[in-house]
Design a protein around this ligand. Sequence first.
Ligand code: V47
Length: 383
Amino acid sequence: MSGETAFQATRRPFATDDARLQPIAEKVLRGERLSFDDGVTLYRSPDILAVGWLANSVREKLHGNIAYFNVNRHINPTNVCVAACRLCAFGRKKDAAGAYTMALEQAWQTAASGYSEAVTEFHIVGGLHPDLPLEYFLDLVRGLKERFPQVHIKAFTMVEVAFFARRAKLSIRETLERLRDAGVDSLPGGGAEIFADRVRHIICDHKIDGDEWLDTARTAHQLGLKSNATMLYGHIENDEDRVDHMLRLRAVQDETHGFQTFIPLAFHPDNTPLEHLPRTTGLTDIKQIGVSRLLLDNFPHIKAYWQMMTPKIAQIALRFGADDIDGTVIEEKIYHDAGATTPQGMRRRDLERLIREAGREPFERDTMYRTVTRTEDTFTVAV
Ligand code: V47
């Protein structure tokens, strides 16, 4: 570790006013796996500091004082989407006002703009376009690799992959193989939402179901592609639905070890059919980070995505279980269409300052969590 002072993991003893947390704390401190009921108890405990203490102890055991960030750029090639999910303010019908689809040249130009900080990752997700063939996406990725061979391409959610497969009349495996061969290096975690059917039918009825999402992730991992996983919370789900979601992810991770990072995403209701719902509070967001860290004992990383949580809450989350705040992003559409007021992007130095002021040591990673070393406008990745 390169910190100026040697890092001391949390030494204060565990203390709580909530007797229900005591047996859970004993399990966590013995390194034992938590159960479904433990997860529900953690959500229902009012003792946020005790939950945070436990999550932080796991986080510091895994990552010491380090907090990860990366220099990335989001690209959303199209917002045209056949799904019409109630959770979403981003997707548009083909002929609706504001609908767009980038020509390939335009997508490559977007990739190049804001490139001055030498991004190490392109994060690419978009709508389920009824007419774009798989070949468009393969060409998009091939063109990016040609132009930016050193940049990792983290592209297409499990939902997009399943949609491409259906349109191209290929299996999920064949589709993933083609994407991988074109240059996709890993997959982002989106589209997972909440796996429970009851909730999924209401918030995103036309998406693949939870088992299909998990099967697609499993297949990607079997092909050597790592992925992330998300969970959308703060809408109509309950504590049991969230625990169920995370334990289903944990079970697949036991098989594949292919998930890198879990990213809880707070629902932003503005401009969605669910806009009557209240936004999550800071306390819910922080609690969610802590419970995620404690339940997902086989996930290496928990991300407090600053765009979604706000930089202020993301800083606090670094003391409640999170070890990553995501990256520079440059241009964000999905949350901003749904009312996010965070900046569209942040400079590398701003992310470092955010982390330092939270008392953590900033660590620039690439998508695979390898060290990035910079000289002027170029970078090298330790392998
Ligand atoms: O799948 C859509 C969510 C996701 C809304 O893998 C919404 O590193 C809140 O997955 N309010 C896409 N959330 C973003 C995503 C992501 C983001 C950052 C990093 C990574 C990663 C992945 O955004 C969607 C959906 O779950 N979403 N609409 C909304 N109104």
